[in-house]
Design a protein around this ligand. Structure first.
Ligand code: SAH
Length: 267
């Protein structure tokens, strides 16, 4: 898979994608990540890529011409996605879609007050936002997208199964994980995980995933249409939680079920 990144900070992006799993996959030839310097497209000796906004106002805007030049010369894999707070919200589903892109995809990082609109209108194929906050530049957002996508690409993570089980994979948060020692400062690893009973471990994990999701992200439970009777039974067996919860009061771990993450108009 090829991923092209367009940025005015190529060294920073390159350094990061050379590290960890992404770097390993890159060296193994599974990933072909090419980082392009937008300043290479500047026409003047100062290599300036930004200019003041038409209509006035604070800050500078990345100009169209250097971006068009560098992108057109690189002929990057499409879709070419502009990173920006006005884009479509990036999530695990978008990561999965991008991971399936055969050829690859490309990311364009804005800076300053943003990018000349003609770049979004006539060069890019879409816009992605990593959340409702404003960053100083698209580079960290590009890295977020790359990490989320790349770990879903076959051959990148050591254990393919882990991506299928983890948070959001089935519309649930992941169950809690533990490693050695079995007892740490008096805090014990749940007995079931040490029982060697794989069937029971699997059922406990699903019950914990359900409990956690219900507790922390009830919006996710609603989005998957609630719990089926088997899941309800599992939850009751392992966590003593009756679902729907309204009938038996609050969850045992304390704290109200919060809708803080809810997005009423998310679709
Ligand atoms: N003035 C713009 C923000 C510019 S921030 C506005 O109000 O919408 C500068 C650059 O940072 C953007 O061009 C974009 O590439 C990047 N950026 C900022 N916030 C982002 C977010 N939430 N997701 C993805 N990229 C973001």
């Amino acid at each position: 898979m090829r991923i092209d990144v367009f940025t005015i900070f190529p060294d920073a992006v390159d350094r990061f994608v050379s590290a960890s799993l992404v770097g390993k996959a890159r060296r193994a030839g599974v990933l072909d990540i090419r980082v392009h310097d937008l300043r290479a497209g500047a026409g003047d000796p100062h290599r300036s890529v930004d200019d003041a906004p038409f209509g006035g106002g604070a800050g500078m805007v990345l100009a169209a011409d250097p971006i068009f030049r560098v992108v057109e010369a690189a002929r990057p894999p499409r879709p070419l996605l502009l990173l920006g707070p006005a884009g479509r919200r990036f999530d695990q589903d978008s990561a999965r879609d991008l991971a399936r892109a055969k050829v690859g995809f490309s990311l364009l990082c804005g800076r300053y007050e943003g990018v000349d609109q003609r770049v979004a209108d006539h060069l890019c194929d879409g816009e992605l936002s990593i959340g409702d906050y404003v960053l100083a530049g698209g580079e960290t957002a590009a890295l977020v997208v790359i990490e989320a996508v790349v770990r879903l690409v076959p051959g990148v993570m050591g254990n393919e199964a882990s991506a299928a089980e983890e948070s959001f994979a089935a519309g649930l948060l992941e169950y809690p994980q533990y490693t050695r020692p079995a007892s740490y400062r008096g805090w014990e690893v749940p007995e079931v995980l040490r029982s060697g009973d794989h069937g029971r471990v699997a059922r406990w994990r699903l019950a914990e995933a359900l409990r956690r999701t219900l507790e922390r992200r009830p919006d996710l439970i609603r989005a998957r249409g609630g719990l089926d009777p088997q899941e309800q039974a599992l939850l009751e067996e392992f966590s003593g939680i009756a679902y729907p919860q309204e009938s038996r009061g609050p969850l045992p771990s304390g704290g109200p079920v919060t809708d803080a993450h809810e997005e009423p108009d998310a679709s």
